[in-house]
Design a protein around this ligand. Structure first.
Ligand SMILES: *[C@@H]1O[C@H](CO)[C@@H](O)[C@H](O)[C@H]1NC(C)=O
Ligand SMILES: *[C@@H]1O[C@H](CO)[C@@H](O)[C@H](O)[C@H]1NC(C)=O
Ligand SMILES: *[C@@H]1O[C@H](CO)[C@@H](O)[C@H](O)[C@H]1NC(C)=O
Ligand SMILES: *[C@@H]1O[C@H](CO)[C@@H](O)[C@H](O)[C@H]1NC(C)=O
Ligand SMILES: *[C@@H]1O[C@H](CO)[C@@H](O)[C@H](O)[C@H]1NC(C)=O
Ligand SMILES: *[C@@H]1O[C@H](CO)[C@@H](O)[C@H](O)[C@H]1NC(C)=O
Ligand SMILES: *[C@@H]1O[C@H](CO)[C@@H](O)[C@H](O)[C@H]1NC(C)=O
Ligand SMILES: *[C@@H]1O[C@H](CO)[C@@H](O)[C@H](O)[C@H]1NC(C)=O
Ligand SMILES: *[C@@H]1O[C@H](CO)[C@@H](O)[C@H](O)[C@H]1NC(C)=O
Ligand SMILES: *[C@@H]1O[C@H](CO)[C@@H](O)[C@H](O)[C@H]1NC(C)=O
Ligand SMILES: *[C@@H]1O[C@H](CO)[C@@H](O)[C@H](O)[C@H]1NC(C)=O
Ligand SMILES: *[C@@H]1O[C@H](CO)[C@@H](O)[C@H](O)[C@H]1NC(C)=O
Length: 718
């Protein structure tokens, strides 16, 4: 009841203020109605639009808005169309994520809509269209968003006519649009832009004498947001841009920048600074410590060196700090109690050493902590203050001691990676982080009873427990309770019990990757149908013998198979080769005739049949194929001449036929293999002259020909 009364009051109030507007806002101008309908028919709606992750993030609500536009109805009521409340003119067109496809020609009736103030075509596909200069006619535009529309070519100089523009987004997923320095300059001079997003447009023509960032800073003092990811600019980040009075977001990732460490005594309002992959060298510039409004600083993937700068700890508003993938070194100072707002911190892939600062573990707001791949040592504290931690990545360090129970009970933890450290001891407490999706404890020295509470972590998708020393039996079948599991590695757990009896009925419905090497597996034949989605299977270094079992042949989703270092004597039937990418059968006792193998191959990239007893000739179909990169047939009993049909092997990098009984001439067509790095034809019975024709292969690093009958001085290794 209250709500109804309130609504009436608001309505009356609005009516009094805007009664004229309300009365006249109904009908759309006929010429604009018609212009919109013609615009609609100039394009098609793409029904096959690919819903990948990229679009899922940027376009959560894809909808063909123009499909609701009908002649005879009021265009002001159409989806995506906004009319002025007084004049009735179309002033806004928001067709972002509308699946439009086609070309926009200069004669398009879109350009009749001269009252447009906001235009958003983001994430449609106008591929092939040049950006029509007619956009310059829409002089009332304040907001123009052509992000990811796939326009191509030069940005028309007429864009500078849009003097009312406040926000411009021409960013694109594919590089298509190019700037002339004069066009950009005129645009900036003629406008008071607040928001410029030009990611992946080509600005490389600006410079080298002009610093593009100074140019922009000089001409657009009103800027609040500037994003120029991967634009090909080369310049230096100097005070003029950092000191722009209103600038809050500065995103310059993937350009070649230098940072000049001069004084920075201006007051800045910069809150987000992203300089990822900018080839910045040297120590972290100390003036950054004066950017006291920063909430997010991302300097990942540069060549920064020197210590962790304590001066960064002046940035007390920081919520996100990413210094990953640099060359920073030394101990990290124990002063994080001054950065109490931190929510995400990444120091991964540097050369930091010493103890993890204990103050890190007192950060109550922290949700993601990534210190992986450094040389941190020592043990983790018994208690941690994290209550919101969702991700903890400490893999690839030298950490030791036991894994504290306080970490294994973090309520919101989704990802925990402690692998490749030196953690020891028992996991005695229950693991009660029930939201865990990713748990990697592999390659440590964990002992004692296997932590059975893992079987209750029903949301796990990725689980790696390999190379630890559990003393109790690990029941393989129990992992099938984890119905979301996609990746499972139990390699090196020698107490693994693989229940293969048909009486125990279990299926890994979603498992895509299974690693069980060095598990002492002996007989294993009754697993039909237990892995309906498996794509990646590694069973190397076990004691498997006989034929490769039928249940492996029957996994039609498989594309990566490694069975090396077993005692298999035969492949059994041929595999459904056509979707395989990786096959490693090396170091077995297989003696199949492989002459007619691989004829169904369309995707095999790596084939390793080395150190077996395979017979027959070089598989003829492989010589005609163009897919594979590495072929290793060394140490088998293959014979006869090699086919001279290696015509299309652009990707071939390794060819090893050492230790067979191949004879005759060396195949000259190998000189077409322009990527060949490693060629080993040694210890066969080739009879030929020295292959001078190989000298054109500039990539070749290893050439072994010894143990053949080649005349001239040919027995050497490079
Ligand atoms: C809309 O309908 C009217 C009347 O039926 C017709 O004259 C006009 O050509 C149509 N316009 C378009 C763009 O189809
Ligand atoms: C607009 O221009 C294109 C390409 O020049 C042409 O194919 C098309 O017929 C023109 N459309 C109209 C309505 O004039
Ligand atoms: C600046 O904008 C005005 C108004 O649209 C336009 O007439 C003028 O040509 C523009 N100047 C430049 C250099 O583009
Ligand atoms: C352009 O539109 C897209 C899709 O609506 C949006 O994600 C993006 O933030 C917009 N750009 C600007 C500068 O507002
Ligand atoms: C920016 O302005 C300064 C001072 O007016 C000037 O010295 C500098 O050359 C300008 N830089 C560019 C790239 O226009
Ligand atoms: C930081 O700013 C102050 C004045 O606000 C200035 O005195 C100091 O030199 C600046 N420090 C750096 C490293 O730029
Ligand atoms: C945890 O996160 C939530 C939402 O992100 C936030 O409201 C809450 O304050 C955080 N709690 C702590 C202790 O940081
Ligand atoms: C952990 O490693 C440190 C040196 O890195 C060593 O001093 C300490 O004794 C080790 N602790 C355990 C429990 O192994
Ligand atoms: C597993 O994840 C789902 C959704 O992702 C969630 O609703 C559910 O609560 C989670 N289960 C547990 C035990 O955390
Ligand atoms: C095993 O389980 C599957 C699926 O849950 C079912 O279709 C099948 O009949 C069961 N087999 C036996 C022997 O119980
Ligand atoms: C090759 O693939 C086809 C189906 O694509 C299949 O029918 C045929 O048996 C396969 N041949 C071999 C030798 O695997
Ligand atoms: C084939 O496997 C063996 C051992 O399993 C390995 O030494 C060799 O490098 C592999 N060959 C290629 C080309 O990867």
């Amino acid at each position: 009841m209250m709500l109804v009364v309130l609504r009436v009051v608001v309505c009356v109030h609005m009516f009094m203020l805007f009664h004229f507007a309300c009365l006249s806002s109904h009908s759309c101008h006929p010429e604009e109605n018609s212009a919109l309908l013609h615009f609609k028919t100039s394009l098609i709606i793409d029904t096959t639009f690919y819903d990948d992750d990229y679009y899922a993030q940027t376009c959560p609500h894809v909808y063909p808005k123009t499909s609701t536009w009908k002649n005879g109805t009021d265009c002001c009521s159409w989806m995506g169309v906004t009319c002025h409340s007084v004049s009735g003119h179309v002033i806004g067109l928001d067709l972002a994520c509308s699946r439009l496809e086609g070309k926009i020609h200069p004669n398009n009736t879109l350009f009749h809509l001269t009252h447009l103030q906001t235009l958003n075509f983001a994430f449609n596909n106008f591929y092939g269209s040049e950006l029509p200069s007619q956009f310059g006619k829409l002089v009332s535009l304040t907001h123009l968003n052509l992000s990811d529309c796939q326009f191509k070519g030069d940005i028309p100089s007429q864009i500078s006519h849009l003097s009312k523009l406040q926000s411009l987004d021409l960013s694109s997923f594919y590089h298509g649009l190019m700037w002339e320095e004069t066009t950009l300059k005129r645009l900036l001079q003629n406008t008071s832009l607040r928001e410029i997003v030009l990611d992946k447009t080509d600005m490389s023509s600006i410079g080298p004498t002009t610093n593009p960032l100074s140019l922009i800073a000089n001409l657009s003092s009103t800027l609040v947001t500037l994003s120029l990811i991967e634009t090909g600019i080369r310049g230096s980040l100097t005070n003029d841009i950092l000191c722009l009075p209103n600038l809050q977001h500065l995103i310059l990732s993937r350009n070649e920048l230098s940072v000049h460490p001069s004084e920075l005594s201006c007051t800045t309002s910069l809150s987000i600074l992203e300089l990822v992959w900018c080839e910045i060298q040297g120590p972290i510039s100390s003036p950054f410590s004066n950017l006291t409004h920063l909430t997010s600083l991302n300097l990942a993937q540069n060549q920064l060196n020197g210590p962790f700068p304590s001066s960064l700890l002046n940035l007390q508003r920081l919520t996100h700090l990413d210094l990953s993938r640099n060359e920073l070194s030394g101990q990290v100072p124990n002063v994080f109690d001054r950065l109490t707002n931190l929510q995400t911190l990444s120091l991964s892939y540097n050369n930091f050493e010493g103890k993890l600062p204990s103050s890190l573990f007192t950060l109550t707001q922290l949700s993601q902590l990534d210190c992986s791949f450094n040389q941190f040592e020592g043990s983790l504290p018994k208690q941690v203050a994290f209550s919101n931690l969702t991700q903890l990545f400490l893999e690839g360090n030298l950490l030791n001691g036991t894994i504290p129970p306080s970490i294994l009970s973090l309520k919101f933890l989704r990802g925990l990676d402690l692998s490749e450290n030196q953690f020891t001891g028992h996991i005695s407490s229950e693991i009660t982080s029930y939201f865990l999706e990713y748990l990697h404890l592999c390659n440590n020295k964990l002992q004692g009873n296997f932590p059975e509470s893992i079987y209750h972590l029903v949301n796990l998708t990725s689980l790696c427990l390999s190379s630890n020393s559990w003393s109790s039996t690990v029941h393989f079948s129990l992992f099938s309770k984890l119905q979301n599991l996609e990746y499972l590695s139990l390699s090196g757990c020698n107490s693994l019990l693989l229940e293969s009896e048909t009486s125990i009925n279990y299926t890994f419905f979603n498992l895509q990757a299974l690693q069980l090497f060095s598990n002492n597996i002996i007989g294993w034949s009754k697993f039909s149908g237990k892995f309906p989605q498996l794509e990646f299977l590694e069973l190397s270094s076990n004691k498997l013998e006989g034929k490769v079992p039928q249940w492996i042949h029957d996994i039609h989703s498989l594309y990566h198979l490694k069975l090396s270092h077993n005692m298999f004597t035969s492949i059994g039937h041929q595999f459904p080769w056509y979707h395989f990418e990786y096959l490693d059968l090396s170091f077995n006792l297989m003696d199949d005739d492989i002459s007619s193998f691989f004829c169904n191959t369309t995707s095999l990239k790596v084939i390793n049949l080395s150190h077996n007893r395979f017979t027959g000739t070089f598989p003829q179909c492989l010589a005609n194929s163009s897919y594979f990169m590495d072929l290793d047939l060394q140490m088998n009993n293959l014979h006869d001449t090699l086919p001279d049909t290696f015509k299309h092997l652009d990707q071939l990098e390794t060819l090893n036929l050492n230790g067979n009984q191949f004879k005759g001439l060396l195949p000259k067509s190998l000189s077409n293999s322009i990527s060949l790095v490693d060629l080993d034809l040694g210890n066969n019975q080739f009879e030929d002259t020295f292959p001078n024709w190989l000298q054109n292969l500039s990539t070749l690093e290893i050439l072994v020909l010894r143990g053949n009958k080649l005349w001239s001085h040919c027995q050497f290794e490079i």
